[in-house]
Design a binder for this molecule. Structure first.
Ligand code: GLU
Length: 285
């Protein structure tokens, strides 16, 4: 348990936070199942949040399919886009004002800086290894020292906002499933985007803003997001919001050892259901 939440015991609130960018597979469903088991064991509340900010990959048909597949699997939530609730709206695309306000707060606190580097620039930079266990290359720091006004006056005017990580600081947390975790800022992950160049809040920011606003006390998610959790702890700190507890679930892998992705149709919930498998079989198997 992290010290902040231990000092402020709050009623348990967990969340399911799927992204409607494809059909859900068994890996997602098992992680969500754990979230539900943990919420029920504590007599807590489970919230469904639709993470639909990525307009390029998001498809409307996936939202309905997602809710249907989750219900079929046996999941039930008491607040969500379909039910409403005290922290509505539960679609991220309708919560832009909250993200903008948080961005302004980070900007006022000098935690972030504008960055004109494209993905290509970063990949081309010599010293850009990938962070452990996630796809984000470590930002080489090109725009860190530039004065923001020199960037605002550029004719192209397309820039992202990055969080300046405290280089060398060890970000530690005790995971409810995997135990003690330590990640070194600047080494295990670099300055990360909080607001994208196409004017969309990045996952890290939107997730922290919503988990804080929705009073989430424990985040249950896949172990592929461990490094993101370290990034997010820095955001909670910068926004002066209480840090929830974390429980990272082991990832499901296919026979070749690759992590399941939405493109693994064979393990898609829809495919398994069409093959006649029951939710109970899938949960235990
Ligand atoms: N929408 C994110 C995903 O599906 C949520 C991850 C999380 O924070 O639990 O990967």
């Amino acid at each position: 348990m992290n010290p902040l939440s231990a000092n402020h015991p709050r009623p348990y609130r967990g969340r399911l936070a799927p992204s409607p960018t494809g059909y859900l597979h068994l890996g997602h469903a098992r992680t969500f199942w754990q979230a539900q088991v943990r919420a029920r064991a504590r007599g807590g509340t489970l919230v469904l949040r639709n993470e639909d900010l990525d307009a390029a990959r998001f498809k409307m048909e996936f939202v309905g399919a997602m809710l249907e597949d989750l219900r079929w699997f046996g999941l039930a939530w008491s607040e969500g886009p379909d039910l409403g609730g005290p922290f509505a709206p539960y679609n991220q695309s309708e919560r832009m004002d909250n993200y903008r306000a948080a961005m302004e707060q980070l900007r006022a606190g000098n935690f972030i800086y504008p960055c004109t580097c494209s993905r290509k620039d970063i990949q081309a930079a010599t010293r850009a290894p990938h962070a452990n266990d996630d796809d984000e290359p470590i930002y080489p720091g090109t725009c860190r020292q530039k004065s923001p006004s020199s960037i605002f006056h550029l004719p192209s005017a397309k820039f992202a906002w990055r969080f300046r990580v405290p280089d060398g600081e060890v970000i530690s947390f005790t995971d409810g499933n995997l135990g003690g975790q330590n990640f070194i800022a600047g080494k295990d992950f670099g300055d990360f985007v909080v607001w994208r160049g196409d004017d969309v809040p990045a996952y890290q920011l939107a997730c922290v803003v919503d988990d804080a606003a929705m009073r989430i006390t424990e985040v249950v998610r896949g172990a592929d997001l461990l490094v993101s959790t370290a990034r997010q702890i820095l955001l909670y700190r910068a926004l002066a919001a209480p840090v929830p507890d974390f429980f990272h679930c082991e990832l499901m892998r296919d026979e070749a050892g690759a992590r399941l992705a939405k493109r693994h149709d064979a393990l898609g919930l829809r495919t398994l259901r069409a093959r006649g498998l029951s939710p109970a079989q899938l949960r235990s198997g």
